[in-house]
Design a protein. Structure first.
Length: 446
């Protein structure tokens, strides 16, 4: 292939994005910008609303998370703050042992492999990265009490309609794989029929009612730019910087191999094996020698620094960041004292983290309310500066005692202790008729 063969390349026709437009579409003008690529189209074959042109827009967000250091740092630490520290149990009715056991079970043994803190970490991460999250809720056989909670991988969740036109949720690990399994969930509803349901929550944004979008949506193009800047620096360093000298030969060698040998020796001798800084042009006659005009790259390093700084600033603005130092990003002019950091944390906590915590808290409360359980599992505020819970009270002693036991031991304890012995674990007063072993009580299905 010749050096200038690319000039002969012709591009095929570009399809108009409106050709793919369906119901509830938000088409972009050219599809090149990430903020223009959001499209919600019906897929009657799979019974879902597609999310993006190829139904893979969540993967775009994941790719940007993986490639942008600034974006990743903010998402990671914000998710940590949203999840908070250890949860606190708020017992509203000390006399109802069965409600107490249920809420303790959901806190300690939220599912087969996780406790509530681990589930909250997944929900917090999905909420910050994707602007939405999903909780798979498992009911007991009588559909009266919730017995397990799982955080679903929300990137695979799509909204759809069943055969009767009712809303359902469908999950697929990889929607681009036509053979991948698709799981259908009924929306969370106390009066529903399915044992496993999905509680789906999303950030609301005007014009995007079907799928939620992250709060940093407006800065996606800047996040993409940061990844490209990183690729540029990496490529430049690995392949050598731009040529600085053009050498014109008034004659032309007999073969292309000889041309390559001349240039390889010239570059190797004067610029090193990798840093090819010389352009060689072989002209058959002097009158055909090309003319070269130098391209000025003066202060190019400063220009890139300005672009890099502006890109980082736009990303942080999109995330609502008050102080970059909260996320390990040093900024010129900031001293980074403890007082300054604490003030920045308090502002970020009240304007970004707190509202997200309230959203997840309402979901947990909604699940317990559907079970008729007045007790609460409360999120706490975790200060990433001091690495301590803020306003962390003593907490419920029953939960602390059971949390210190293995699952097998804790189960045996609950089954073989009397009501008053269980209450004593939490420092609660004895009650009349409380000397009955729990396993001997006629209990409702939980």
């Amino acid at each position: 292939m010749g050096l200038f063969d690319f000039l002969k390349t012709t591009k095929g026709p570009v399809k108009d994005l409106n050709e793919y437009q369906g119901n509830y579409s938000v088409p972009g003008k050219n599809g090149s910008n990430l903020t223009d690529a959001i499209r919600i189209d019906k897929d009657t074959g799979k019974g879902i609303y597609k999310f993006g042109l190829r139904n893979d827009y969540p993967n775009t967000l994941i790719s940007l998370y993986d490639a942008s250091p600034t974006n990743q740092a903010v998402i990671n630490r914000t998710a940590l703050m949203i999840a908070g520290g250890n949860t606190e149990l708020d017992v509203k009715d000390e006399n109802n042992l069965f409600d107490l056991v249920q809420v303790l079970s959901l806190q300690k043994y939220t599912n087969e492999n996780q406790n509530i803190e681990q589930v909250l970490s997944s929900l917090s991460f999905d909420l910050k990265l994707h602007g939405r999250y999903g909780i798979v809720v498992t009911w007991n056989d009588a559909h009266e009490k919730v017995v397990q909670l799982h955080a679903v991988d929300v990137q695979g969740v799509r909204v759809g309609l069943d055969d009767k036109g009712k809303k359902v949720y469908r999950y697929c690990k990889d929607w681009t794989d036509t053979k991948a399994e698709i799981i259908q969930y009924e929306p969370f509803d106390k009066y529903g029929k399915k044992t496993r349901q999905l509680l789906y929550v999303q950030l609301m944004r005007s014009g995007h009612e079907v799928y939620g979008l992250p709060d940093y949506y407006a800065s996606l193009n800047w996040i993409d730019l940061e990844t490209k800047i990183g690729i540029h620096y990496s490529t430049t360093a690995s392949e050598g910087f731009s040529p600085k000298l053009a050498v014109v030969f008034p004659g032309k060698p007999d073969s292309e191999d000889l041309e390559n040998e001349i240039m390889d020796n010239l570059n190797k001798k004067y610029t090193g094996a990798r840093g090819k800084k010389i352009i060689g042009v072989f002209s058959p006659r002097p009158e055909l020698m090309p003319k070269f005009d130098p391209i000025s790259v003066e202060n190019i390093d400063k220009q890139y620094q300005v672009i890099d700084d502006q890109t980082q600033a736009k990303i942080l603005t999109g995330h609502g960041v008050v102080s970059p130092m909260l996320f390990g990003i040093k900024t010129a002019g900031q001293l980074g004292g403890t007082t300054e950091l604490q003030t920045s944390f308090n502002i970020y906590q009240s304007t970004v983290v707190g509202p997200y915590q309230n959203l997840i808290q309402r979901s947990i409360d909604q699940i317990l309310d559907a079970s008729g359980n007045p007790n609460r599992i409360n999120l706490t505020t975790f200060d990433i500066i001091t690495e301590q819970n803020i306003d962390n009270e003593e907490g419920n002693k029953v939960a602390d005692a059971l949390n210190s036991m293995s699952p097998l031991v804790a189960t045996k304890v609950l089954e073989n202790l009397t009501i008053n012995e269980i209450r004593a674990l939490g420092g609660l007063e004895s009650v009349a008729d409380g000397d009955i072993v729990k396993s001997q009580i006629q209990a409702p299905n939980i």
